[in-house]
Design a protein around this ligand. Structure first.
Ligand SMILES: Nc1nc2c(ncn2[C@@H]2O[C@H](COP(=O)(O)OP(=O)(O)O)[C@@H](O)[C@H]2O)c(=O)[nH]1
Ligand SMILES: [Mg+2]
Length: 279
């Protein structure tokens, strides 16, 4: 879960991405459905210029269904083919094959007109750390016909997963970086647990989460912890600690523990299904 970026990492990731892009026709970009803006890489548009694009709203089992639908419409209007996916549970996985084929239809038809036949479309998965790339590839590969293995010459050292007669997927995903400059983005990525907690103090995250939930999903915390809600995040943490009788050695309410449990419950979907931002 720990992930920290340094300028060197980013340069390396970018270079790798540019190399892999040469091999493929379509980018399957994963974002986290709870933060479809904040978990989206800012540079992929320019890098994948000219490639077909499929966008997966992953971890949709944890997001607010209605808001996810609004995000789907939003990104469709931006020109993406969008699929809502739960890579862990498996829902939506089947639709991705269809979406990839659809994204490449023009290219496939152009190939056919030129007499190129049975040349499968090549796809790669990309996204920031922890969006679920590996989980998705595994789920997708389970449905796959075969692993095609190395293809010397053209794609040296690369493993491809043959999904069906039309689609092959590069089995190593492209790792992208988040929008570093934006503090609100960093906070949201931390809230869903995709960056190292040590960067932001747990109680600070707990405070922000309480404020967000009481403001946007009133009643959710009251229901989960059996407490009355108020608009002060610090007071909410105290109330959670009191309700659970979490005390420190001296008898003081243990807000750190309250924040820790709150964040875990939130990240595991135990409080409910929430989306942290809107288009
Ligand atoms: N609830 C839920 N968890 C998921 C989903 N996809 C991935 N995960 C979890 O998210 C974490 C990161 O997933 P991983 O595939 O390693 O992300 P990667 O860094 O992008 O390859 C793991 O704990 C996965 O089990 C999903 O659709 N729903
Ligand atoms: Mg991975």
């Amino acid at each position: 879960m720990q992930y920290q970026w340094y300028p060197g990492h980013m340069t390396k990731a970018k270079r790798q991405m540019m190399e892999d892009l040469k091999l493929i026709d379509v980018v399957v970009e994963l974002v986290d459905a709870r933060i479809p803006y904040s978990s989206k890489n800012p540079d992929i548009g320019a890098m994948a210029n000219g490639k077909s694009r499929v966008l997966l709203l992953n971890k949709a089992d944890l997001s607010d269904r209605e808001k996810t639908a609004a995000w789907k419409t939003y990104y469709e209007m931006e020109g993406y083919i969008v699929v809502t996916v739960d890579s862990r549970g498996g829902s939506g996985i089947k639709e991705v094959g269809t979406a990839v084929a659809e994204a490449c239809r023009e290219k496939t038809e152009r190939d056919r007109r030129r007499g190129i036949q049975n040349r499968p479309v090549r796809a790669m998965v990309a996204g920031i750390p922890n969006v679920g790339k590996s989980t998705f590839i595994n789920a997708f590969a389970k449905r796959a016909v075969t692993k095609t293995g190395n293809k010397p010459g053209v794609t040296k050292g690369k493993q491809w997963i043959r999904l069906n007669k039309d689609v092959e997927l590069l089995d190593t995903p492209g790792i992208l970086w988040p929008k570093f400059e934006d503090r609100a983005v960093g906070l949201r990525i931390a809230l869903i647990g995709s960056i190292n907690d040590e960067i932001l103090v747990g109680t600070e995250l707990g405070f922000e989460l309480c404020n967000f939930l009481t403001g946007n999903y009133p009643g959710a915390l009251a229901l989960k912890y059996g407490i009355e809600e108020c608009s002060d995040g610090n007071e909410m943490l105290l109330r959670i600690a009191r309700a659970r009788a979490w005390l420190k050695k001296g008898g003081e309410l243990d807000v750190e523990k309250a924040a820790g449990f709150l964040l875990d419950d939130f990240r595991n979907g135990k409080i409910g299904c929430f989306t942290l931002e809107m288009p």
